[in-house]
Ligand binder design. Structure first.
Ligand SMILES: CC(=O)N[C@H]1[C@@H](OP(=O)(O)OP(=O)(O)OC[C@H]2O[C@@H](n3ccc(=O)[nH]c3=O)[C@H](O)[C@@H]2O)O[C@H](CO)[C@@H](O)[C@@H]1O
Ligand SMILES: C=C(OP(=O)(O)O)C(=O)O
Length: 460
């Protein structure tokens, strides 16, 4: 157990590199299960806890998985099990993404029900509706979902009631080896969907229209491993852009793809932040007082829900009152209570949060209630008076590679300690900061999912 310690007041400058996208690499690793021939090589796979978890799921199914220097190799030629047990699906909802490929390739799968999570109930009805349309028989019992098909799945037209990212991905993967053509209508359009489609096409699949609301998948008989580069993480990029903006900084976010960040850039520009994209990244200059803006989260290309809490941190420091409306998840304002502990004034009215700007934020002990809430609290800590301690770091480790190291590289006063240590006096605590482990080179087989960090003396 560890926590981040942040001392506010530093202006961030310099360059930070974005890692591969969590929300791309997870479905892509799952899709590797479709390859009956060859080995899949996934480049720019970020060393996140979620990546370890999905790798463990694949190993529990009989696939070979190795990880070295941000490259994952998956050998799924011999799958020995079709069951994703509770212990993995409980750790990470995205484990459910193995259902589509397993059903398509093996004709049978048994997966623990993913259940809700902190940000909402997150049902899976659209995934199941898609599998049933493709001819699977679904039964539920004892916390598990059983899906069986009589021979190959058969292509079908599927209209999604909500443009769900996960359902679109799961159905794309299920349809990849089905007989005939599948058309997904009201499909999600996120860049991660396009990345998955490119991966499936590289594996010998035939997927067209990804990135639009209608995706057409022509089923093929066999798929093979391929080498693929994961796209950069637009949410991680957006988080560093917000760090630059909130601290009045000047930061180059290397690897950020401006096209993937349209609404984030638009809102930052409305706030008075200068954003200069080029072909290798995005420069963010914040040299004026920030202005309040209203924003509403929506499926892509709307404003991403995964940037809502980080943006709220920024709005706390803006001139005027802002209204933030969350339409994607019904319970994604848990960071508001934590912000209150830092002296913020925010009122929740239904699906909206009314954010009073010009907040004099003060450091406090706060808890990351989910991944992005954790990032937002760290952003607030960067400008708060005094020291902020953010616990719940396991959430943050799901989605950010070396967060403290990347921010301190930009000049932030942030480090990580184990829970047993005291954050004060800070100088003493810095003697026992946490350093990332060297890259893994071994198979994940047989290991527990351990924190990827260990205490090292005198680092940073
Ligand atoms: C691993 C991954 O890629 N996670 C992302 C993915 O999550 P995930 O794929 O779980 O999110 P979805 O797009 O499925 O969820 C969007 C909305 O649809 C609802 N829904 C979803 C499926 C379903 O069968 N029925 C249903 O009603 C959900 O409850 C939610 O309200 O997209 C979210 C929305 O951009 C992001 O916040 C997550 O970071
Ligand atoms: C909600 C998120 O992820 P997940 O769907 O993996 O929980 C996120 O990345 O902010």
């Amino acid at each position: 157990m560890s926590k981040f310690i942040v001392r506010g007041g530093n202006r961030l400058t310099g360059s930070v590199k974005v890692s591969g996208a969590k929300n791309s690499v997870l479905p892509i690793i799952a899709a590797s299960l479709l390859a009956e021939e060859g080995v899949s090589v996934i480049v720019d796979a970020p060393p996140l806890d979620d990546v370890i978890t999905i790798s463990k799921v694949l190993e529990s199914l009989g696939a070979g998985v190795t990880y070295q220097n941000d490259i994952i190799e998956v050998d799924a030629r011999s799958i020995t099990s079709c069951e994703a047990p509770y212990e993995w699906v409980r750790k990470m909802r995205a484990s459910f993404l193995v259902m589509g490929p397993l059903l398509s390739r093996m004709g049978h799968t048994r997966i623990s029900l993913p259940g809700g999570c902190a940000i909402g109930t997150r049902p899976i009805d659209q995934h199941l509706k898609g599998f049933e349309a493709l001819g699977a028989e679904i039964s539920l019992g004892q916390g598990y979902i059983d899906a069986k098909s009589n021979g190959r799945l058969r292509g079908a037209k599927i209209y999604l009631d909500v443009a769900s990212v996960g359902a679109t991905e799961n159905i794309m993967m299920a349809a990849a080896l089905a007989e005939g053509v599948t058309v997904i209508e009201n499909a999600a359009k996120e860049p991660e969907i396009v990345d998955l489609a490119n991966y499936l096409n590289g594996m010998g699949g035939i997927v067209r229209g990804a990135g639009t609301g209608v995706i057409r998948i022509e089923g093929v008989e066999r798929m093979h491993g391929v080498r693929h580069h994961v796209i950069p993480d637009r949410i991680e990029a957006g988080t560093y852009m917000a760090a630059a903006a909130i601290t009045g900084g000047d930061v180059y976010v290397e690897g950020a793809i401006a096209d993937h960040l349209g609404p984030v850039i638009a809102k930052m520009e409305e706030m008075g932040v200068t954003v200069i994209p080029d072909e290798n990244g995005v420069r963010v200059i914040s040299d004026k007082p920030l202005k309040a803006v209203d924003l509403k989260t929506l499926p892509y290309p709307g404003f991403p829900t995964d940037m809502q809490s980080q943006m709220m941190a920024l709005l706390l420091r803006s001139e005027g009152t802002s209204v933030v409306t969350e339409t994607v998840f019904e319970n994604r304002f848990m960071h508001v209570d934590e912000f209150h502990n830092m002296n913020a004034e925010i009122k929740i009215e239904g699906r909206s949060a009314i954010v009073t700007g010009n907040a004099r934020l003060v450091g406090a002990k706060v808890c990351a209630t989910d991944l992005r809430a954790g990032a937002a609290l760290i952003l607030a800590g960067l400008v708060a008076e005094g020291t902020t301690e953010v616990s719940g770091t396991h959430h943050i480790d799901r989605g950010y590679v070396h967060l403290a190291e990347k921010l301190s590289g930009l000049g932030a006063d942030i480090w990580r300690i184990s829970m047993e240590e005291s954050a004060v006096p800070a100088a003493a605590a810095k003697e026992e900061v946490v350093k990332p482990e060297p890259a893994r080179s071994e198979s994940f087989k047989g290991e527990e999912v351990k924190p990827r960090f260990q205490i090292q003396p005198s680092w940073v």
